[in-house]
Design a protein around this ligand. Structure first.
Ligand SMILES: *Cc1c(COP(=O)(O)O)cnc(C)c1O
Length: 426
């Protein structure tokens, strides 16, 4: 038999402007290529401690039980639900998109008595309706998605958290897409269990799920009458590895943790406020551009996520043909619609490192070409023009070209070169 060896991995270079993964800072990829050490090596233990401390800063919490689950965002979801729910417990899940639906499925598999509070995809829940439902059903745990990536809707959770506590319910929040892109105030909002993912606004490859549990949540886990259904995600054992005992539980994905460590360093170097401002600024410019091209947002003004822009596919444009052309001609990936929005919306991500003026302007120019090719009547330059007008009106934020960001270098090379002055004749 002849052996056949495939060619080595050589992926195309893309602009990742979909619902995740997002563009990765080269510093993160370099960190991941560093030497693997043992999972109990003192060096790795130091990386774990530092990662926990940085995660607390990014989650804005003092919670001791704050760490990165080995697994993607969905593993964080399972960890939160399976640790807080025992068979027969009531869990209310707010479902207004794919990820709320997934949380309800996870709860069902954990044996919860699941009560779904539903809203159409793209809408958000009011505090009043959640309050009425919580008072009626008195769930042990309420699950809600802060940034519904499937629809582009931003769900405020501070008031809902207060309502939960007034009624002796715990609150679990999906912050997979919001963390690092818009405010997530775990302590101020008194959230009990929060999970995220690495590949959205933290701009690290997929593979880890940052989680944090309040003291109230930890006490609930400690008071369980039954074993946690998942061995792998049992926070009692996981915390023994991340905490002082350092007891072997599973082999942490060492290099993935190097990547998250570097990604968190980048987030904190930029500063959370500056990072949120950057996401907002680029969102406003993209929106101005899309609107000037006649595209409409699928979510109401005031409820839109800055990092996930869902727009209706314009009349006369072919969903797949446009996304394929963006990928083939421009190397740009955006997302299609999910669930009932399949074939109806495009999801344009401006997450983490992908939230930049260069990406916004290149994307608008590329989309214009695709839509003109589809025969749509678009004024050439309208999108880019409107985005530039928005940038000129809003350019008072820490730009990715600022001195702060220039300091972050790779192998001694600046990623963002310092602004240069050209001389006549050069
Ligand atoms: C991406 C995402 C998830 C799932 O994360 P995976 O990393 O794909 O497992 C869960 N919730 C939301 C809101 C997401 O955007």
């Amino acid at each position: 038999m002849t052996t056949s060896i495939p060619s080595p991995v050589a992926p195309p270079r893309r602009l990742l402007m979909g619902p995740g993964p997002s563009d990765i800072d080269p510093r993160v990829l370099l960190a991941m290529a560093a030497h693997t050490v043992g999972h109990l090596d003192p060096y790795f233990l130091k990386i774990m401690d530092e990662t926990q401390s940085m995660l607390r800063q990014v989650f804005r919490t003092q919670n001791t039980l704050t760490l990165a689950i080995s697994g993607t965002g969905s593993a964080g979801m399972e960890a939160v639900v399976s640790n807080l729910i025992e068979p027969g417990d009531k869990m209310m899940v707010c479902v207004n998109g794919v990820f709320g639906g997934r949380m309800a499925d996870v709860a069902d598999r954990c044996g919860a008595n699941v009560i779904k509070l539903e809203r159409a995809f793209g809408e958000i829940f009011t505090s009043e309706e959640v309050e009425t439902a919580v008072k009626q059903h008195r769930p042990k745990l309420l699950g809600i998605v802060n940034a519904e990536t499937s629809t582009g809707a931003s769900q405020p959770v501070a008031e809902i958290s207060r309502i939960c506590h007034e009624n002796d319910s715990l609150i679990a929040v999906d912050c997979v897409t919001s963390l690092g892109g818009q405010p997530v105030e775990v302590d101020e909002w008194e959230l009990d269990a929060v999970y995220s993912g690495t590949q959205k606004c933290l701009s690290c490859p997929p593979g880890l799920s940052p989680v944090t549990f309040s003291e109230r949540a930890v006490a609930t886990i400690d008071a369980r009458r039954t074993k946690i259904q998942s061995w792998y995600l049992d926070m009692q054992m996981v915390k023994n590895y991340w905490g002082n005992n350092r007891a072997y539980h599973h082999t942490a994905p060492i290099n993935m943790n190097y990547g998250l460590h570097e990604a968190l360093r980048i987030v904190l170097e930029e500063g959370l406020e500056a990072r949120f401002a950057r996401h907002q600024r680029n969102h406003l410019a993209l929106k101005a551009g899309l609107k000037a091209m006649g595209l409409k947002y699928a979510v109401k003004e005031g409820q839109q996520l800055p990092m996930l822009n869902a727009v209706f596919i314009p009349e006369g444009a072919d969903d797949v043909a446009v996304r394929q052309q963006l990928l083939n001609e421009f190397g740009i990936e955006i997302g299609g619609g999910l669930g009932p929005l399949r074939g109806k919306t495009w999801r344009i991500g401006l997450m983490g490192a992908a939230s930049s003026p260069s990406n916004v302007l290149v994307f608008l120019a590329a989309l214009e070409k695709c839509l003109l090719d589809q025969g749509l009547a678009i004024v050439p330059g309208a999108g880019v023009g409107a985005a530039n007008t928005a940038y000129r009106a809003n350019w008072n934020f820490v730009s990715p070209y600022s001195a702060v960001n220039r300091k972050r270098d790779v192998c001694g090379q600046p990623i963002r070169p310092a602004a240069i002055t050209l001389k006549q004749g050069l």
